[in-house]
Design a protein around this ligand. Structure first.
Ligand code: SAH
Length: 277
């Protein structure tokens, strides 16, 4: 697969740009695993973002009902279109996956450009689908699945947990790519689900989580005090009023906890208690 990838690129005189995240997976066994993890069958409409030279696209085309492959780089689109020419179940779209309206799909399997990991994850989690199997930088993958109290646990973990079950399935070394990235990668599976706890005001939840993790080394009482105006931008309360509001609204077990010790459920409960003062 490395030889084929180099041949395609060489023939068209294309130089891959590591800064654009153009690291192609050249290990077929890893691509096969990603397709298996997504349990792709002929009943599936699969989306692939950042198809590159199409190594994964070709394998998806064999396994899926239909495949829509999105790629931003026009030079790579030429290669993709030619490589997939005879395949009637594949559609190749040129564009920026962050900006465009994504086509209908029920599964997504992608080796994503690392620079858009976070934004594309949240774009996807706003849509309806069954399974996503995605290759991320290992460090990002670890933040998705971190446990409360650990150093990787934070805003990303909590926001994803609310919308999906996340699993880190495999670590992938730089040698599986061409060109090789500097760091290890990991395969992650996301399964969207009903939120595991109830939030009365999702926007408030998002502000509370952001504000608290901005003060991740503090206890909740102080973290809230220091970020109160970000959580409630319209408040006219004085510092003393804020202090007594926080003290009388939240139980001691939350006030004295350190921010990273709060589970997503705790953060949900805190949000529901803090309805607009
Ligand atoms: N899927 C291929 C290639 C992955 S490299 C494989 O597994 O081998 C990531 C690809 O994403 C690159 O080809 C890059 O040009 C493309 N890309 C980068 N940003 C993008 C964006 N915003 N939208 C769509 N594609 C993008």
């Amino acid at each position: 697969m490395l030889t084929e990838t180099k041949r395609l690129l060489c023939r068209d005189g294309i130089w891959l740009d590591r800064r654009l995240g153009q690291n192609q997976v050249i290990d077929a066994s890893i691509l096969k695993k990603m397709i298996d993890y997504a349990e792709v069958t002929k009943n599936d409409k699969v989306l692939e973002i950042g198809a590159g030279v199409g190594n994964l696209t070709v394998m998806l085309a064999e396994a899926a009902g239909t495949v829509t492959a999105i790629e931003r780089d026009k030079k790579l689109i030429r290669i993709l279109k030619e490589r997939l020419k005879g395949r009637t179940n594949v559609k190749v779209l040129q564009g920026d996956a962050l900006e465009m309206e994504l086509p209908e799909f029920n599964k997504i399997v992608s080796n994503l450009p690392f620079s858009i990991s976070s934004r594309i994850t949240f774009k996807l989690l706003g849509l309806k689908f069954d399974i996503a199997v995605l290759m991320f930088q290992k460090e990002f993958a670890e933040r998705l699945v971190a446990s409360p109290g650990s150093k990787n646990y934070g805003r990303l973990t909590v926001n994803v947990y609310y919308r999906a079950k996340a699993e880190l399935l495999d670590e992938v070394p730089p040698s599986a790519f061409f060109p090789q990235p500097k760091v290890s990668s990991a395969i992650v599976r996301l399964k969207p689900r009903q939120p595991p706890f109830e939030i009365k005001d999702e926007q408030l939840f998002s502000r509370v989580v952001r504000a608290l993790f901005q003060h991740r080394n503090q206890r909740v009482r102080n973290a809230l005090l220091h970020s109160f105006s970000e959580i409630f931008p319209k408040t006219k309360m004085t510092k003393n009023e804020i202090k007594s509001f926080i003290g009388s609204t939240l139980p001691g077990k939350f006030l004295e906890a350190r921010v990273p010790e709060l589970t997503p459920e705790d953060l949900g409960e805190i949000t529901n208690l803090l309805t607009s003062p």
